[in-house]
Structure formats: C-alpha cells, structure tokens
Design a protein around this ligand. Sequence first.
Ligand code: GDP
Ligand code: MN
Length: 578
Amino acid sequence: MGTPNADVRAWVEECAKLLRPDRVVWCDGSEEERRRLLTESLLNRELIPLDGARHPGSTLLRSAPDDPRTEKRSFLSVLNRDDAASSGAWMSPEDAKRKLTAASDGAMKGRTMYAAPFVLGPPGSPFRKFGVEVTDSRVAVLLLRVMARMGTGAWEGSAAREGDFLRGILSTGDGREDRRLLACFPDEKLFWSAGLDGGESAFAARKAFTLRIASGLARREGWLAARMAVLGVETPHGGVRYLAAAFPPGCGKTSLAMLASPAALPGYKVWTVADGAAWLKAGPDGRLWAVNPEAGFSGAAAGVGSARNPRAAGAIAADTIFAGAALRPDGSVWWEGHDDPPPAEALDWEGRPWTPDSGGRAAHPDARFITPLGRLASLSPRWEDPQGVPLDAILFGARRARLEPLVYETFDWSHGVFAAACAARDGGGGAPRRDPMGMLHSCGIPMADYFALWLSVGRKMSRPPRIFRVNWFRKGPDGAFLWPGFAENLRVLLWILDRCRGEAPSQTSPLGEIPPPAGLPLRGLDMPRETLRALLSVDGDEWRRELDSLRKYFAGFGDRLPAAFGREMDALAARIGP
Ligand code: GDP
Ligand code: MN
C-alpha cells in the first residue's frame, strides 16, 4: 500500500488541528470501505436508497436546498485581483483564509474526518496529479471515489513532494449562515469549503481540481486544462481518429462524447475518452495529446433519454448516484424530460410530496447523475493510455439560434484560438452571453492569459490539431432547430475528419472553410436544400453587428489580450467587408 508521505501526513494533521474531529480515518479505496461508507450514509439519510431491482447499486442524493446555487458563496482567491479570472467572484487570499479558518475552527467536533488520497489522470501517466481531500462528509468521499482514482493504493509510485499535491478541505459545519463559503486558491492548489452540503462541495471540488486549479498548474508547466469532451471515431475502413470538443455547460459535450451512430451510417462508432474535462499536452511528435483526468462521468439528467443519449441512459442503469432527482413510490428516480411521463405522485427533489398539480417541478433543474466511466459501453480502450490520445481536430461551440453556421474550419491555430474565444450562448434580450472556450466559470487564471497559453502551446506543435467551430443549435424563423443534432452530429464529425485528411471539399467563407452543400455526408437524412443552405449561411449584416460586440467584449481584457486577437479581429472585419 502506498502510504502517503510525511508532507501529506503533516498537512492532514494541520487540518485536524483546526477542524478538531474526534478521529481521522485514512481512506484506502477498498471495496469494503465503500460498502461501509455507503451503509452509514444510508442509515444517516445522507443518501436515499433506491429500488435494488430498478436501480442496482444506485442511490439518490438530496442536496441542501440552497446549496446547488453556491455561486454567491464561491470565490476565487489569487494574489492580486487582476489575476482572477474575469468572471469569478474574487476575494483576497488573506480574507478568504481568515473567513474559512474561522468557519472551520472546530467544525468537525464530534465527527470523523476522512483523509482521502486521490489521483487525477491515468495510472502511470506523465499527466497525472496527486491530491488529498479531507472531509467529514461520507457522501463527498463516495463521490470522489467515482470521479477520481481514490485511496492509498492510488498513490502507488507517487512522487508527491512537499507542496506538490492538490488539497481539498470540505467541512459540512453546523449550518450557520455566516460560516458558509467556499474558495479556490489556485496558487496553493487548494480547494476549501465550509458549512456547505458535502455532495455539492464535492461537485465544486471536482471542477476546481480538474479545471480551475489545473489551469493554474498548466500555465506554470506549459500545457492546457480544458472543458472538453474527447472522443474517438472509428470508421468502417478501420482506424480510430480522435477529436476534442469544448463547449460551455449544457451545450452537448456529454452527448457528443457518447454519441450512438445513426442507423443510416453503419460501421461507424464513437468511443468515449472524456466527457467534461481534458488535459492536453504537446507531444515530442509535434501533435497534441489528451487525457481524461477523471474516472467517472456526470451530466444533466434531463439530457439523458433513450432518444437523446442512449449510451448514458445505459450506463446510469446501475452504480449511479443521482442528485436532485424526484423519487417515485416504486423506489425509482424521475425528472422532467425523463422517458416516462410524469408520475401521478412522487417525492420532489427536496423530499416533499409532489403531484403534477403541485405547480412546481419534481426534480431540480440541475438534476444530475454521476457514474463510473467503466459502465460506459462506448468507453474507449485507450481511455487510460498513459500518453493519452492524439487529436486530429478540436471543435469549439456554444449555442446560437442565428449567426453561427453548423460548422466551419478556421484558417490556422491563431484564428482557431480567436474563434474559440468568441463562443457564446444566446442570452435574454438578444445579447450574447460570452463564454470563451466554455471556461469562463472554471478558469483559475485570467481568461486573456488562458488565450495566450493556447497560442503558446500552438507554437510547440509541428502538427497541431485543426480547429473547427460548430453550432448544433441554429434555428429557423419558426423557432425550431434546423439541425437534428445528437446522433446526426456524426455527419459533421465525418466531414471534419475528412478535412483533416485533406479529403473533403470546402468553400471559403468570411468565417472559414465551410462544407459545400453537397459536401456533408447526408445520406439517409431527409434534409431540404433550403434548410441546409440556412444552416451554412453567413449573414454579413449579422456579422458586422457581432464584430462590434466582439470588439467591445475583447477591449474589456485590456493590455493582457494577446496581440494576435487584434489582428484576427481586423482580418475578420476585412473578410466580412463593409
Ligand atoms: P454538456 O453539459 O456540455 O455535457 O451537455 P449535455 O450533453 O449534457 O447536453 C446538454 C443539453 O443539450 C441536453 O439537454 C441535451 O439533450 C442537449 N443537446 C445535446 N446535444 C444536442 C444536439 O446536438 N442538438 C440539440 N438540439 N440539443 C442537444
Ligand atoms: Mn457534461
């Protein structure tokens, strides 16, 4: 058993001195330990049992009512304010430390503190990072165990030296309102929450470790942490090519990562490598390599229907923790958007009796599942490859009802990084909510520095992946989606892969290379020519307005904005024309 080294033990002891638990238990990651924690969680109603036949090995997590919305209590702490991601609520590290220390003082009295070693990234991988989380929440330990490789065994071969490990402190506290907050300290590789629901803190810690803290480490070490799905596409001629897709939350990463091919395209298969976060490094061969830092996957329950994401639906049929779902009398879970019609009665996500006439929702709008990746039938045989998988293409997207065509290829890396930073979702009142590379709420460094990091990693590669923009969400005048999406997105992936091999036709538009109408593999899809033309159209007037909006947006980054972005904006303006 790889025993955590003296530095790690010293840090855990320091935490125990502050939190003052009755005892400290080191988690070994064993199955016996998992069963024990699960039994205790069920006895204490921290998890709700589900019917064993309908949901083998699965449980329901009811989060504290206001905890799912922790944004207002959540802070990013770095040395100077300038250095905080443009989005994050900021608090100075001194203030955040002082508040969290006060809130954590004696917070685990009468309780057990679990010290859980974990590893992110595949075993033996040069990408991997060691960490340790201390918490009095059994649920947090159980969630960590799904999301990461957890336990003292996971630390085998660890070189984690002083200061060289990720740290998490998650204490549930006494519920006192003034003692509830969380902060992330990228410089110290530290995530710290106090007084918050264990499950919600665990979800926040996961995002902190894989993206926020990782983006700080990545800047120091010259690689990239990205909010991405990574997938392999196998074609009938054999061979698997790898792609990554970076979209903001709720824009289709999980769905794409486990896409089930349409019947009209036999012989193609998508293999899942990652569905929400990826770590990317330039390899000695001049290509970009990706690994999944996680060992589990989680997604919006509403996105999982047998028609929308059948593979996820299959995976969550067992060994899953559901959060924020409603509970039916037969011991099964339900949510708005479920395959089944609304039940006549249920307990809502807070455990209150619910009927369709209650007026409110049965499930929380953010109802989620969390499942070991091993349950996925489409899991790539290379998901644990220590070197990762080499990327042919990266797709960036978001959600625009107009403006953005279904797909275009950018002209080069610099243009691609710029186009990625322009990603936005439609907001209320028509103003776009920009979410560059989907990282706005997950970046631990200033966004402008994150752009610069992308540009600099690009300079390290002789064979960089090609960068594409996609938009599955364009709508027609009647408000309906123009593109069927989901499984049919494979058609766009195939055009992209053919482009990467230099085999697909394109036509040059002001935005980039777009498929000619006959260029997309649309066999078996009944799509009127008009619709296809609308999907691929680039409207000059709309784009001139967008460009004004983009100039204002990027001006907000001041001097930090890479000079290349100014050049890209001018070039785009020139291509669109007056
Ligand atoms: P993630 O948060 O980026 O992983 O996104 P999900 O894959 O969980 O999907 C978010 C939402 O977008 C769900 O409601 C999906 O059903 C929906 N969605 C995913 N892919 C598509 C698509 O191609 N077309 C449409 N119209 N909706 C999609
Ligand atoms: Mn997802």
